[in-house]
Design a protein around this ligand. Sequence first.
Ligand SMILES: [Zn+2]
Length: 285
Amino acid sequence: MSTALTRISDHVYWLPPDKPDRPSLCAVVGAQHTLMLDAGASAAHARLFLNALAAAGVAAPRYVALTHWHWDHIFGAAALGIPVIAGAATAQQISIQAAYTWDDAALDQRVAAGLEIAECTRNIKLELPEPREVRIVIPDIVYQDSLHLNLGGVTCHLRHAGGDHAADSCVMYVEPDRVLFLGDCLYDAIYAPVRHYTIRHLFPLLDTLRVFDAHHIIEGHTPAVMSSSEFNSLMDRLRQIGSIVQQVGADEPAALAAAQARFGQLLDEDTDDLVRALVAGRAFE
Ligand SMILES: [Zn+2]
C-alpha cells in the first residue's frame, strides 16, 4: 500500500495513514488558500506532509482544521505555525491535553489512573521517543456546529458529527469535489473498558453522514479511499447490525447467529467484529 501523497480529486491531495498510528492528512487547494485537514501525529509527520505538498508544487496550507482531539491528529499543529480551526468540543478537550506532561513516567501514570489507554501510549512512545517535546496548540478559530470555508473555487464545509469514537468528532466535506474527510468518527469507542458502538451515537452519525452524498470518502486510519458504493455498503452494514443487536440484545452468540442468517453463512471478520462491538455497546446505551 502506497504511503505517498496522492491527488484524489481536482482540489484534494491525500497522504495515506502510516505507522505507528499516523492518520490520513489532506490538503484542499483553492485559488486563494490551501486548507490542511488534521495536523498529524508529530512535527515530523506534519513536515513530511508539507514537504510532499511542496514537491508536488502545491501552495502551503494557510489554515489547518482538526477532526477531533486525539493526539495523533493534533500533535503536528505546533510545527505548522498557521491558525488552527476546531469545533468547540475539540478545542475544550485540547485545552485539557495542553495542561498534561508527556514524558514516559507521566504517560504511564495516566494509563494507571485510567485517563489514557495503553495502546495510545505505546504509539506515542514510538512516534515520539524520549526525550519527548510535545507542544499543543490551543485552536485559534472555534466553531459550534458548522463552518463554511471558501478557499477560492472550492469550499470546505466543517460539521460536527459526533459518534462513539470521540464525541467531538467533526467531518469535512469538499465541494465541488464531493470528498468527505471523516477522521475517525466511524470507528468504535476506544477510550472505554471495552471497544464498542452504541445505537444512540451510531445511528444519528449515519444520518448525518448520509446527507453529504460523497463520492470519495477518507477515513483516519484506513489506507484506501472509499467510493460512494463502498461507503454506503459500510453504513448499511452498520445500520443492519445495529438493528439486529437492538432486537436480540446483549446476547453475543444470538446476535452472531442472527447476523450469519442475515448476511450468509460466512461472516467475514470485519462483520463479526462489528457485531461484537455493537453487542458490547449495550452496556453503554
Ligand atoms: Zn481518534
